[in-house]
Design a protein around this ligand. Structure first.
Ligand code: PPS
Length: 293
């Protein structure tokens, strides 16, 4: 793919879509699930879709077919990338409440969001595990600019010039916006891992949908790593559609702490210095160790 067509860094985003996305009409009852890639987006979307189950009539579709990915093309034919319509073009005909996935930074989101104030769920994951997950995903994507070796990927991740742009900039911008805004919920992957039931309750309260104890338990059971990995509607590797042309393993490990299998001692020390410097004064903290609860 021609890197000049990409929006920033090597982000998998097509510049040609950005003006249209900025001008999209938003509805007050839209729900956006936004993240830096590989932070638990699909997990969160699956929970949101189950909470809205009664409102939705597309439940036969996989989550990837049902939920528009705002800045992504309608298909994976990279040879036709100049002419492929964007998934944002599907939004108009969707019934409400629309659930929308995006990895865009705030300045690229539809301007109308400031007026309509839809609900936004932002999910963040500790940057070490995010980097490892992104590294494994990106190196398997055909046709996209890749950084095959972990040391290269690590360097770019630290500088914010890797395939997914700056983690620090993304997460900190949304963190600042989410605080004191009742229409924005900031979730952490590690908290979801530690207390999935608590996370589902938090999301349902935020969406103003009360759940019976039985529905809550059902959603929790359907949203574990093993349940989602074996479900063709949530795991693109099992989906016979367009998406299984991507040979990446989507449900790889789903753990907190896998970074230890990749970071050298020196990389870990230098990353800790960078992390401390970047997050200083933000009140934002992450857990890097698995919970033993
Ligand atoms: S994407 O492509 O940006 O939308 O990817 P995203 O969905 O944000 O993140 C994929 C990682 O989330 C893990 N995952 C889960 N972990 C634990 N429990 C559940 N239910 C779950 N669902 C998805 C997935 O395995 C990816 O992480 P890694 O570490 O690569 O396994």
């Amino acid at each position: 793919m021609d890197p000049n067509k990409l929006g920033y860094a090597h982000e998998i985003i097509l510049k040609q879509y950005l003006p249209d996305i900025a001008n999209l009409e938003i509805r007050h009852d839209d729900v956006f699930v936004i993240s830096y890639p590989k932070s638990g987006t699909t997990w969160t979307l699956h929970i949101v879709c189950q909470i809205f189950k009664e409102d939705r009539n597309n439940t036969d579709k996989s989550i990837f077919e049902e939920i528009p990915y705002l800045e992504f093309p309608q298909g994976h034919d990279l040879a036709a990338i100049d002419t492929i319509p964007g998934q944002y073009e599907l939004l108009d005909i969707m019934s409400s409440p629309r659930v929308i996935k995006s990895h865009l930074k705030p300045h690229n989101l539809p301007r109308d969001m400031k007026v309509k104030a839809p609900k936004v769920i932002y999910v963040a994951r500790n940057p070490k595990d995010t980097a490892v997950s992104a590294y494994n995903f990106c190196k398997l994507l055909p046709g996209f600019p890749t950084l095959e070796e972990w040391p290269d990927f690590f360097e770019h991740f630290c500088k914010g010039t890797g395939p997914r742009g700056s983690w620090f900039e993304h997460v900190l911008t949304y963190w600042k916006q989410s605080r004191n805004d009742p229409n924005k919920l900031f979730l952490k992957f590690e908290d979801m891992k530690k207390d999935l039931k608590g996370a589902v309750s938090t999301i349902s309260e935020f969406l103003e949908r009360s759940l019976s104890e039985a529905s809550l338990d059902l959603i929790v059971n359907n949203s574990t790593f093993s349940a989602m990995r074996s479900n063709p509607k949530t795991n693109p590797d099992l989906n016979p559609g367009e998406l299984n042309k991507i040979p990446a393993q989507f449900f790889r490990k789903g753990k907190v702490g896998d970074w230890k299998n990749y970071f050298t001692v020196a990389q870990n020390e230098s990353f800790d210095v960078l992390y401390t410097e970047k997050l200083r004064g933000s009140d934002l903290t992450f857990e890097f160790e698995p919970s033993h609860l």
